[in-house]
Design a binder for this molecule. Sequence first.
Ligand code: IPD
Ligand code: CA
Ligand code: CA
Length: 258
Amino acid sequence: MVELDIVREIAVGAGEILLQKLEAGVAVEAKGAIDLVTDADKASEAFVVAELRTRYPSHGILAEEGGRSAGSSDFLWVVDPLDGTTNFAHGLPYFCVSIALVKGTEAVLGVVYDPVRRECFAAEKGSGAFLNGRRLAVSTTQAVQESLLAAGFPYDIATSERNNLEPFARVSRASQGVRSLGAAALDLCQVAAGRLDAFWELALQPWDLAAGGLMVLEAGGTVTSCAGERFNPLGHDICASNGRIHGELLALIGLQPR
Ligand code: IPD
Ligand code: CA
Ligand code: CA
């Protein structure tokens, strides 16, 4: 079985755990005032990490709930066992499992699984991006004015100046709409699928953006930081678009490199 098939199977297994937990009733704990964790995050992560450890004992793992364990090779798995926890905790059916493989500073493989729609997004560096086996391509929209976009806000939105509210207002006025859907990894896949023209967010973690970022690149899009720097799958912000609107969008976001 090739690597991508193995990782797809793991992501689908984790997604099934999330659906079972959702059906059984979600036990929610608070990490911060609006940052939640559920027993489903933990069960999904335990499954994914155990599978990866067994199959790839020399690889490192960076997982949201359990942190980083070093490996003896320069391969690192980057895992979000449940992206969209706030949606999940409220019973809103928009969440996913995200698994990326990073070598050095480059994402080489990414799988994002939406268990509600049974949509499995998968990409390998240089081989394209696929949704349930069908090749993906970004949209061909030429201008922000004709675009539908998505953006997200950080958990410290109430206290941080880098809370994305002003860029959100500027892009909202200039476009056909900006959605805030609440699962960054899945939002990025919607860009890869041409359902959204772009997505950006300022204060993310590697597990939110590594797999989805690769998906957009492999679907022919452009991926940078929100200040236009080269995409870093271990970074903390992302602007991913169909490429055609990228410069215009970055100018509206209006951030300088830090
Ligand atoms: C969050 C989601 C959300 C984004 C947050 C992330 P979580 O991940 O991706 O869309 O706005 O910044 O932390 O906590 O649901 O895994
Ligand atoms: Ca996340
Ligand atoms: Ca998560």
